[in-house]
Design a protein around this ligand. Structure first.
Ligand SMILES: NC(=O)c1ccc[n+]([C@@H]2O[C@H](COP(=O)([O-])OP(=O)(O)OC[C@H]3O[C@@H](n4cnc5c(N)ncnc54)[C@H](OP(=O)(O)O)[C@@H]3O)[C@@H](O)[C@H]2O)c1
Length: 487
C-alpha cells in the first residue's frame, strides 16, 4: 500500500535486547526467513546487544537453538551463512560509558559489511530502557548526518498519555516521525490486513458499513494462560493498557475508519486517527473488569499469588467494554471489546453482526442475522454467515457459513507478522505502523477508562471459566450476546 518504495540497500540491524524472548521467538526467525527469500538489504549485518556476557559464537548457538524451536518446519541449509553475519555486543543500557565501545564496533562492522553507516535500531527490551537507549544514541552521536537511521519501538508506548508524550518527545530529539516504526504486531497479521481488502476492494461491504446495516461489532482477544513471568510488569499495567490501548484500538480503528481518499499511508492514518478521536468515553456501567482466581485451569493460582503481584492488587486481568463512536456512520452501534487471561479458551476474532432483515420473522428455520467473522486465532480466516434455503419441498432457512481459511490455504507462503513488518521497515513503508497521533488518540480514550476503574467493582472469576457473568449482562442489556462462532 505504500506506493513506489525502494528497498534499503545496506544497514546494520542493531537489536537492543538480544538475549530476550522477543528476539529469539520472533525477530531472528523472521530475519532468517527474509534472508532465505533474499528479502534483506544487500549489505547487511545483525548486531545483538544485551547485558549478559557472551561471545559471538555463544549468541549464534543460542539463536540456532531457538530457530529449531520456533521454526520447526524450516530447512536450515543456509543458517550458518546467515549466522556468520550475526554478532553480539555486551552493553548495559543504563551505563553511558558502555556505548562508546558499541559505536566503534558498529563502525568496524560497517567496513567489513559495506553497510555505509546506515542503522536500524530495534528496541526489543523492557520499556523503562527505551529512554536511556535513545538518549545515549543521540548524545553519543550514533546518528551521523546523511546516513539512513530507523528506530523500531515495541509496545507499550508509555503508561498513560503523559508518559507517552514524554517518551515521544525524547524520541523526537533523535528521530523524525518518518524514521520511527512503532510496532503493533497485530497489524502485520494477514487477516488484519485483509480488513482493508474486504472493506475497500469489495463493492458489497462498503455500502453496508455503518449504523443502517450493522447491529454491533465485537473484538475479542481471549487467552487461556495467565501472566507467566510478567507479574511485576503486568500488575502495573492490567488488561486494558496491555492490549486494549494498542492492538484492540488499532483493530477498532481499521473497522470503523471512513474510506481514505487515497491509499497512501498518510491518508489511511488520517482516517484512523479521525475515528479514534470520535470514540466517546465509556460510561461506568459500560465497563466490566475482573481478576482471575485459582480454578480448573491446571496449575492456576489466585492472581494475587502470582510472582511480582501485590497482595492487595486491584489490577484487572479481564475487561469487557462497550465503546460508541460519535459520528453519523456509527451512531448507536456498540463496539464491544473483550479480553482476559486464564479463561476457558484462546480465541482472537472480530465479528461484525449485521441487522436482522425486516422479513426475518416470515421464515421458519434456524435464521440468524448475517455476520462477518475475521478470525486471527486459532487459525486465520474470514467467514461470512448467511441464510439459505434448505433443499426440499418446504421453504426452510438454514444458516451457512462461507469460509476462507487463510492459514489453511496459504500455509507455505504466509509470512509471519514480524516478517511482514520487518520487510516493510526495510522498504520504508509506514502503513502498518502506528503514527504518534494514533497512539495519542488511543491514550485519550483509555486514560479516562483507567481513571474510572477505581470506582468500578472488580469481579473475581475462576481460572478456566469464560470470565465474569457481568460481561454477559453488559451485552444482554442491549439485546446482544457474545459471539463465539467457529471455535
Ligand atoms: N516476547 C514477546 O513475544 C513480545 C511480544 C510483543 C511485544 N514484546 C515487547 O518486546 C519487548 C521485549 O520483550 P521480551 O519479552 O523480549 O523481554 P525479555 O525477554 O525480558 O528481554 C529483555 C532484554 O532486555 C535486556 N536488558 C534488560 N535490561 C538491560 C540492561 N540494563 N542492559 C542491557 N540489556 C538489558 C535483557 O538482557 P539480559 O538478558 O542480558 O539481561 C534482554 O535481552 C517488550 O517491550 C515487550 O513488551 C514482546
Amino acid at each position: 500500500m505504500g506506493g513506489q518504495l525502494k528497498m534499503l540497500e545496506s544497514c546494520i540491524f542493531v537489536i537492543f535486547g538480544a538475549t530476550g524472548d522477543l528476539t529469539h521467538r520472533k525477530l531472528m526467525p523472521a530475519l532468517y526467513r527474509l534472508y532465505v527469500r533474499n528479502e534483506l538489504p544487500k549489505n547487511f549485518a545483525v548486531v545483538g546487544v544485551a547485558r549478559k556476557d557472551k561471545t559471538h559464537d555463544d549468541f549464534r548457538q543460542d539463536v540456532k537453538k531457538s530457530m529449531a524451536e520456533f521454526l520447526p518446519k524450516e530447512k536450515f541449509d543456509r543458517l550458518d551463512k546467515f549466522l556468520s553475519g550475526v554478532f553480539y555486543y555486551r552493553n548495559d543500557f543504563d551505563t553511558a560509558d558502555s556505548y562508546a565501545g558499541l559505536k566503534k564496533f558498529l563502525e568496524d562492522t560497517d567496513k567489513k559489511y559495506r553497510t555505509a553507516g546506515n542503522r536500524i535500531f530495534y528496541l526489543a527490551t523492557l520499556p523503562d530502557k527505551f529512554e536511556p537507549i535513545i538518549k545515549n544514541l543521540r548524545k553519543q552521536k550514533f546518528l551521523a548526518k546523511g546516513k539512513d537511521h530507523r528506530l523500531i519501538i515495541e509496545k507499550p508506548f508509555g503508561d498513560d498519555l503523559k508518559s507517552a508524550r514524554k517518551l515521544n518527545k525524547i524520541i523526537n530529539t533523535a528521530f523524525r516521525e518518518n524514521q520511527i516504526f512503532r510496532i503493533d504486531h497485530y497489524l502485520g497479521k494477514e487477516a488484519v490486513q485483509n480488513l482493508f481488502a474486504l472493506r475497500f476492494a469489495n463493492k458489497i461491504f462498503e455500502p453496508a458499513w455503518g449504523e443502517r446495516n450493522i447491529e454491533n461489532v465485537q473484538i475479542t482477544l481471549l487467552e487461556n494462560t495467565g501472566i507467566g513471568t510478567r507479574g511485576g510488569f503486568y500488575d502495573r499495567y492490567g488488561a486494558i493498557k496491555d492490549v486494549m490501548q494498542n492492538h484492540m484500538m488499532q483493530i477498532l480503528s481499521l473497522i470503523a475508519m471512513s474510506p481514505p481518499k487515497n491509499f497512501n499511508p498518510g491518508e489511511v492514518k488520517d482516517s484512523k486517527v479521525k475515528v479514534l478521536r470520535e470514540i466517546s468515553i465509556p460510561k461506568k456501567n459500560d465497563i466490566v473488569i475482573g481478576q482471575y482466581r485459582k480454578g480448573a485451569l491446571k496449575g492456576s493460582v489466585d492472581y494475587k499469588d502470582e510472582e511480582g503481584v501485590a497482595k492487595d492488587s486491584r489490577t484487572e486481568t479481564f475487561a469487557a467494554i462497550k465503546f460508541c463512536i460519535n459520528n453519523e456512520r456509527w451512531k448507536g452501534v456498540p463496539f464491544y471489546l473483550k479480553t482476559g487471561k486464564n479463561l476457558d479458551r484462546k480465541l482472537v476474532q472480530i465479528i461484525v453482526y449485521f441487522r436482522n432483515t425486516s422479513l426475518l420473522s416470515k421464515f421458519s428455520g434456524g435464521i440468524h442475522p448475517n455476520a462477518l467473522i475475521i478470525k486471527l486465532f486459532p487459525d486465520e480466516g474470514i467467514y461470512l454467515r448467511m441464510n439459505i434455503k434448505t433443499p426440499g419441498n418446504n421453504f426452510e432457512i438454514e444458516n451457512v457459513s462461507m469460509d476462507f481459511c487463510h492459514s489453511c490455504l496459504f500455509v507455505i507462503n504466509t509470512p509471519e507478522a514480524y516478517e511482514k513488518l520487518l520487510h516493510d521497515i526495510f522498504l520504508g513503508d509506514p502503513t502498518l505502523f502506528t503514527r504518534w497521533d494514533e497512539v495519542e488518540a488511543a491514550w485519550k480514550v483509555i486514560d479516562p477508562v483507567i481513571a474510572k476503574k477505581k470506582k468500578i467493582r472488580l469481579h473475581y472469576y475462576s481460572s478456566g471459566s469464560p470470565g465474569p457473568e457481568a460481561a454477559d449482562r453488559l451485552v444482554k442489556k442491549n439485546g446482544h450476546h457474545w459471539g463465539l462462532e467457529h471455535m
